[in-house]
Structure formats: C-alpha cells, structure tokens
Design a protein around this ligand. Structure first.
Ligand code: UDP
Length: 248
C-alpha cells in the first residue's frame, strides 16, 4: 500500500480512480456464502466477504429467555453480534461492549421488520453472529450471514435481507468500504433493505455527506444490495440442491 506524509495515511484513491485494493468505486469485495455451515444450529451460514469471516447461527422459534421478554401475540427476535478477541489486529477485549450491543440491536430490529413473528407467539428466534475476522463492514456481513441462516432455519420472512456499506473516500462515493477506507475515509453508511420493495430496514451513518452525496450513496447501496441478494439466493439454492449432504 502506498503512503504519504508523516502520519502514514494510505493513498486511498489512485489518479486513475482505483481504490486501495484496485477496485472501482462501484465494486464489491469478493463474497462467498455457505448456507448450512453448522450441524447443531437450526439454521446457519458462513460468509467470507473480502477479509471478513463471519459465522451466523439461528435457533428457534423456541422458549423465551429471559421469560419476562415473552410477547403473547408474536415471536421476538434476539440477536447477539460478537467480535472474537482474535478477529482484529489489536486483540479485542472479549465480551459485549457498547458497539456490539448497538449492532445487535439494529440487526435484531431489521429482522423483526421482515420475520412473520405473529405466526409464533410467545417464542424467541435467537440469532448469533460471530465475527472471526474483521476488515470493515462486519455488521453487513453479519446481517447477510444471519439472514441466510434464518432462511436455512425455515423461518418465514418477507424476503432475505441483503446489506452493504457505502461511503465517501478521498472525495468519491464508493461501495463496500474496506478497513483503510473505513478508518481514513470521510463517511461510512451501512444499509440493509428488502429487495422487492426497496424498503430500508437498517441505515446508519458516520461522517458527513451532502444531500447530493447521500442520494448517490443510497443509489449505489441499493445496487450493491441487489448484487449481494443474488449471492444469498445462490447460496441457499446450492444448499438445497445438495440436500443435507451439503452441510458441515
Ligand atoms: N474494529 C477493530 N476493533 C474494534 C471494532 C472495530 O479493529 O473493537 C475494526 C474492524 O475491522 C471493523 C472496523 O473496525 O470491521 C469497522 O468497524 P465499525 O464499527 O465501523 O463496524 P463495521 O464496519 O465492522 O460494521
């Protein structure tokens, strides 16, 4: 990676418009999705997305713990996003910090808006996301893994939920930020949507964008989500074409 200046800030955009890893502004890092990657869970998926590696497992609908969270007319979706201590360059302190709690909450809420929860009153659908290796965009990779895992578990939903982050790097609106772009870029905007309707079910933003840049970022994000959606469907098709023999 090229660097400039005393502070070792990497060159994020080459003069001919190539990003730090050679991608154009509208290109996603390579994605590999394996549906049904675990034997013990009701549903599972493993996602490799650039240098991110994320496992998701789904259990349920099952009894609610803790009991007082139970809802009489619908299922609740409980999500736990966790980053392994070894997932990042500098060892992360194990356990749920504020960031993990926030990500668990926004992902859980995204799924609550697409799962047919009324079909399973007084139950919980438990979603576990374990980030094994992180390189920016882990909440999106986690959401994608969990969405495929929910489908693998046979949970009825409006649709799969593709997700991707868009952002602003070296003055350009770009798709799917990697670590250096996330660290040194001007804005990071993770999003997830329902493909059929285009309804956004997760949208967060760090940094600053003008109104025009935001509109452009959202368009690019929608395009990226459609690409990710195709890969999610393909993973499920592969899994069910192979039958149980395809599982871990
Ligand atoms: N990160 C890290 N340590 C942490 C949290 C994050 O090194 O405790 C890195 C990790 O690579 C992560 C990236 O910073 O993917 C961006 O984190 P952010 O909070 O923006 O969430 P993400 O982009 O992973 O959804």
């Amino acid at each position: 990676m090229g660097t400039v200046g005393a502070k070792d800030v990497p060159v994020l955009m080459s003069p001919d418009g190539l990003r730090i890893d050679g991608r154009r502004e509208d290109e996603i890092r390579p994605i590999r999705i394996v549906a049904g990657a675990l034997r013990q869970a009701d549903g599972s998926a493993f996602v490799e997305w650039g240098h991110n590696k994320v496992m998701a497992a789904v259990y349920g609908p099952r009894e609610v713990h803790p009991r007082h969270l139970q809802e009489n007319h619908k299922a609740i979706v409980q999500c736990r996003y966790n980053m392994a201590a070894f997932s990042v360059d500098e060892r992360k302190r194990p356990g749920l910090d504020r960031r993990s709690q926030e990500i668990s909450k926004v992902i859980g809420e995204a799924f609550e808006s697409v799962v047919f929860a009324e079909e399973f009153p007084r139950t919980s659908i438990d979603v576990y996301i374990e980030v094994l290796q992180a390189n920016a965009g882990t909440r999106c990779a986690g959401l994608v893994a969990a969405s495929v895992a929910l489908a693998d578990a046979g949970i009825p939903m409006v649709d799969l939920l593709p997700a991707v982050a868009v952002g602003k790097v070296a003055g350009e609106i770009v798709l799917d930020l990697k670590k250096e772009e996330d660290n040194y870029g001007e804005a990071d905007l993770p999003m997830a949507l329902v493909p059929q309707s285009g309804r956004l079910v997760l949208l967060q933003m760090e940094g600053h964008l003008t109104r025009e840049e935001l509109a452009k970022a959202l368009d690019l994000g929608v395009q990226g989500c459609r690409e990710v959606h195709a890969k999610m469907k393909e993973a499920l098709r592969t899994r069910y074409a192979e039958g149980d023999g395809g599982a871990a």
